[in-house]
Design a protein around this ligand. Structure first.
Ligand code: FES
Ligand SMILES: [Fe+2]
Length: 417
């Protein structure tokens, strides 16, 4: 049997060993200690609004059915037939009261119970209740965001989210009704790179000036200024692996509603009116100045102001990013622009995601080269401070977030070792 990697030897406070990105043993340990243990984001309730709606999702490499079942509950079922293991459902979404396995036609209620067998006369005395679909043992929903955990016991979702919940609330405040409505559909971007390169990049403020320099040059936008030495934006480590690129100090300094979205309140009259009605004059102004957050909820939910990304590791060297435009309930004029900007930045011909994906694959190729062995995360180490809640913060280009991710990762990988 292969020995377990020594995570204490591979992860230091300000550097990590390259093998963490390509060692198959590391990936297997991650499945056990992260993906099949902690809370993982699965989907949003608005993707299954009606009874009997379902969508196919995943927790790590494991396919999952997220179902609004016949009893009205949201449940997470494993997409595997308990007879001989066939993949039960191959569609992305639909509406059905039951699922029939294509192999020998066992049929399951959408709440998981076996309800019918082909040629039942060979199964005399069989207790059907023994052959229900596998369920994800724990499910929890935070303001419509559905998370699952394969661990029967452990911290609650609220405990896991900790203070990072603040950023999710900030996002949801952008809806006059305080809710998301994910109706734009998902794009899937596959990259030949380890999932942690994606995770670490999501709140990396050091790369945009170089990697996205070409789009910054042609698009007039307030975004490039966030990544310059004089930026007021902050990097923050919320603990539990959650990291943020906090744009609010920069937007507050400018103090103009919707500036963060590169527009003005006047250009979105319906939205501005709806926000005023919902939150009052002053609070709606504050919300529209702060905008939507840039937050990475460990290990797989990334809100990039206007989009949601869901990171899915497929294998040690392959990752899928599922991406959709955020759509805010009660905000049709805003939503139209959110979809357009999402297509322009992370659509099939989008500018931003292609740049980042090139970096992920180059990162992965670089990790395989054995000298130097270590990846350096020292930037801003000496100027790290704490915010009023005690969370580590740093300059927008500092590696506070990467160090935070690895600190939590080390804890998860060594907790029971
Ligand atoms: S494998 Fe599903 S019915 Fe046989
Ligand atoms: Fe980027």
């Amino acid at each position: 049997m292969l020995s377990r990697p020594d995570f204490h030897a591979l992860i230091k406070e300000n550097r990590v060993h390259s093998s963490l990105y390509y060692d198959e043993r590391v990936f297997q340990e991650e499945l056990e200690n992260i993906w099949y243990k902690t809370w993982v984001y699965v989907g949003h309730v608005s993707e299954v609004p009606k009874k009997n709606d379902y969508v196919t999702k995943a927790i790590g490499p494991t396919p999952i059915l997220m179902v609004h079942d016949r009893h009205g509950n949201i449940s997470l079922l494993q997409n595997k037939c308990p007879h001989r293991g066939n993949q039960l459902c191959a569609y992305q979404k639909g509406n059905r009261t039951s699922f029939t396995c294509p192999y020998h036609a066992w049929t399951f209620a959408n709440s998981g119970e076996l309800v019918g067998l082909a040629f039942p006369d060979g199964y005399e005395g069989v207790d059907k209740s023994e052959f229900s679909l596998g369920k994800v043992p724990r499910i929890a929903i935070y303001r419509g965001l559905v998370f699952g955990s394969f661990a029967k016991e452990g911290p609650s979702l609220e405990e896991h989210l900790g203070d990072a919940k603040r950023a999710l609330d900030q996002m949801l405040d952008n809806s006059p009704e305080g809710e998301l409505e994910l109706t734009a559909g998902f794009l899937q971007h596959r990259t030949k790179a380890n999932w942690k390169f994606v995770l670490e990049n999501e709140t990396d403020g050091y790369h945009p000036g170089s990697v996205h320099g070409s789009i910054f040059q042609v698009a007039s936008s307030p975004v490039p200024a966030l990544y310059k030495p004089e930026s007021l934006a902050l990097t923050r480590d919320y603990g539990n692996g959650h990291t943020e690129f906090d744009l609010r100090p920069q937007w507050r300094h400018v103090g103009k509603p919707m500036y963060w979205f590169n527009t003005t309140a006047e250009k979105l009259p319906l939205y501005t009116e709806a926000m005023k009605k919902a939150y009052g004059e002053q609070r709606s102004q504050e919300i529209m100045i702060d905008g939507s957050p840039h937050i990475m909820i460990f290990p797989n939910l990334f809100i990039a102001e206007i989009q949601m990304f869901v990171i899915q590791p497929v294998s040690v060297n392959e990752t899928i990013q599922h991406v959709t435009a955020l759509q805010f309930k009660g905000a049709p004029d805003f939503n139209r622009r959110l979809r357009q900007q999402t297509m322009g930045s992370v659509g099939p011909a989008g500018f931003l995601l292609a740049d980042d994906t090139e970096m992920y694959e180059r990162n992965h190729r670089g990790a395989l080269i054995n000298n130097p062995e270590w990846i350096v995360l020292t930037r801003g180490e000496k100027r790290e401070t704490r915010d009023e809640d005690g969370h580590r913060i740093g300059h927008s280009t500092d590696e506070v977030t990467q160090r935070g991710i690895w600190r939590h990762y080390l804890k998860l990988m060594t907790e029971q070792a």
